[in-house]
Ligand binder design. Structure first.
Ligand SMILES: Cc1cc2nc3c(=O)[nH]c(=O)nc-3n(C[C@H](O)[C@H](O)[C@H](O)COP(=O)(O)OP(=O)(O)OC[C@H]3O[C@@H](n4cnc5c(N)ncnc54)[C@H](O)[C@@H]3O)c2cc1C
Length: 375
């Protein structure tokens, strides 16, 4: 293979870090640029902390396949960050679910996803048709950040924090890998014309303390406009998810739109704001979860989620690794579990003979399948 390129990786989230480490291990000289004061400050830390095995995606077999393959390589790369000590539950809502209990069980059987029927103590039986204890895992983001630093140091990657890059800053590099997620088009639009549109969602994640019966337990109500609760690393607190109320603003386009009142709250620490939707999270959870009114709101995290537009029918979350031209590669991430597979694709592409600039290259996802962004 070709080696010895000078490569800039832009974006110190889990996808940029993992790509940087793999490229350096392959013999390249790698510099990683991150705008924030630390690694994993964007979506890689403001998320639900699930190492998805596929249980969330009964309508997207591609996403199930990608995360199942990803989980294996993620576990090998980041064993200290994977937590298997929680009890994970999935429940199917009695009303409004896009899949029935029977369809969900068939999906698990078909996908080889293990389960047993079991209700967690806090789940209200009257509002769900099915509850399963499943074999999902969680990601400990604090441990993952430590692991990232260790691996970057061992691989010899030169890390530049507080270093927002423009495309012009990068012209001296042989290869550029863009891993800036919700800000992908900031760089990509300089790299080429006709950048893709994404669906941007400004999201809130309330962090709460919950009664004892929730300790070490995680639950998601599927499949549609519902909610989930997951332990927040080893803090003893929990992070709430809600398909409807978490999203303060949705916009499809080339760049995200952010409500002014949340602009200075993105990707920061847990904070209180009068713009929180915490009360709606609780109202929405009340029919499903006992004692949720006792949730003590410790503040909220905010970030921008970027997903492919117009995929509501499948809820697909692919990871797309694309060659923009002979010098530039972009990673558009789906789920955390796919970061190692994406890094392998990036490393292989960096070593390949160049494709003609502007060629209509297919988008290769982290399991080597071809996806095309819906238009
Ligand atoms: C609310 C929410 C919940 C989620 N829950 C889960 C979950 O439970 N499980 C799961 O698997 N996935 C989940 N995801 C998806 C997952 O978190 C993301 O796909 C993944 O973390 C994104 O990683 P990344 O490295 O691509 O991006 P990020 O972590 O966002 O990193 C991109 C980095 O690029 C930096 N940057 C941007 N522009 C520049 C520039 N010009 N110069 C230098 N640096 C720049 C940013 O500061 C940022 O740190 C969730 C996502 C969201 C938003």
């Amino acid at each position: 293979m070709t080696s010895g390129y000078r490569i800039a990786v832009v974006g110190g989230g889990i996808f940029g870090v993992t790509a940087a480490v793999h490229l350096a291990r392959a013999g390249h000289t790698v510099e990683l640029f991150e705008a924030a004061p630390d690694l994993l400050c964007g979506a890689s830390s403001v998320n639900q902390r699930r190492l998805h095995h596929g249980y969330h995606y009964p309508r997207s077999s591609e996403t199930v396949a990608a995360v199942r393959q990803g989980v294996r390589s993620f576990r090998e790369e980041y064993p200290d960050s994977v937590r298997g000590d929680h009890e994970h539950y999935v429940a199917i809502a009695s009303e409004g679910s896009l899949v029935s209990a029977e369809q969900y069980l068939q999906f698990c059987d078909r996908s080889g996803l293990p389960y047993r029927e079991e209700f967690p103590p806090f789940l209200r039986r009257s509002s769900v048709d099915l509850a399963l204890r499943v074999q999902e895992e969680a990601v400990d983001i604090a441990a993952l950040r430590r692991s990232c630093w260790r691996k970057l140091t061992m691989a010899g990657v030169d890390v530049h924090l507080r270093s927002p890059q423009s495309f012009d800053d990068l012209k001296d590099f042989d290869r550029v890998v863009m891993a800036t997620y919700a800000r992908l088009n900031d760089l990509e639009s300089s790299a080429r014309a006709g950048t893709p549109s994404y669906q941007y969602e400004v999201c809130e994640k309330p962090v709460v303390r919950l009664p004892d019966q929730y300790r070490g337990r995680s639950i998601v109500i599927l499949d549609g406009p519902f909610m989930c609760v997951d332990p927040y690393d080893r803090s003893g607190m929990f992070v709430l998810g809600n398909v409807v109320h978490a999203v303060h603003l949705t916009a499809v386009g080339r760049f995200p739109l952010v409500p002014v009142e949340l602009a200075d709250k993105l990707n920061g620490r847990i904070q209180h704001t009068r713009h929180t939707r915490f009360a709606q999270f609780v109202d929405h959870a009340r029919p499903f979860l006992a004692d949720i009114d006792q949730a003590q709101h410790m503040g909220s995290l905010f970030t921008i989620r970027a997903v492919l537009p117009h995929v509501e029918h499948t809820d697909a979350r692919p990871t797309l690794v694309r060659r923009i031209d002979e010098r530039v590669i972009s990673i558009f991430s789906g789920k955390i579990a796919t970061c190692v597979e994406a890094a392998r694709d990036v490393t292989a592409m960096c070593a390949q003979v160049s494709a003609p600039p502007g060629a209509d290259t297919p988008e290769v996802d982290a399991i080597g399948q071809t996806w095309r962004a819906a238009t």
